[in-house]
Design a protein around this ligand. Sequence first.
Ligand code: BTN
Length: 323
Amino acid sequence: MSAKQHVLSVLEKNKGKSVSGAKLAQELFISRNAVWKAIKSLQLEGYDITAVPNKGYCLSEDNDILSVESIIPYLSDHIRPVNLEVRKSVTSTNTILKELASEGEAEGKVLIAEEQTGGRGRLGRNFYSPARTGLYMSILLRPKVKVEDSLYITTSAAVSVAKAIEKVTGCEAKIKWVNDIFCDGKKVCGILTEAGVDFEGGGLEYCIVGMGINVARPQGDFPDEIKEIAGGIFEPNRYSSNLRSKLAAEILNYFWGYYSEFSKKAFIDEYRRRSFLIGKEVNIISGDQLQNAKALDIDENARLVVQLPDGEIKTLSSGEVSI
Ligand code: BTN
């Protein structure tokens, strides 16, 4: 860890409080000049750090820059081996992790970006990913499961995001099958899971699970095509400090818990309980065709059970429905 990362880590843990330069230097085994240099460099990166005479340096409570140091204090001990990286701007966290996966990167790499310039959604769509108002995070996994079981990775990720949103904001979070999270009737998160198949072994070589969360409505609002459906988990008057860091950490805490006991499928009941669709009239989308149906249930394999107008019961394991 560099002196700058060390200093940031101490300031993050003491956010809103002053930490003396002498104490920082002593604890981190660096000179006071090195502390000062680290502070200057962090300020240049946009960190709101004030020097309070006779007290030391204070990182403002309102500072909401995502960093490894800002997330770590909220991570549970059981997921410490996760290898976190935060970048300012990337094309797509999923694309980068896919490249790293094919170069041999180990399971547990998590890439978070402040902004994505080429964020990708399901079905070849773009995912609008502006800076400051969202959280864009991908996790690299090397699960020892069959290709068809990658559905459960998405499912457990959806449950983890919904629970984390609820824990951090108090907002009730529902899941629209397969993997969209809704709060107050608006889509606040989408999940894109991409798998690399091991053709010789017949299983998965890697799996990237990418989550894009709208933390707040962006300034100037969402683009026209998603304006009506998209929402943010925090309204401007509820926006509080550290929330993206807390959210990232809580998602990882929940997800790692489920992933480490994957075979138990402990998340399915919660997935069903949070369904946004059960009991509603839906449209099953296939190509440019829409078929009306009623959503009845989510089965033990996370498939959507629907009833068609002629009474036929159908079980869907992939695809898209609208309401
Ligand atoms: C969807 O709603 O269609 C899924 C959106 C998934 C977006 C996330 S943001 C992090 C990761 N990187 C991407 O390019 N996509 C996913």
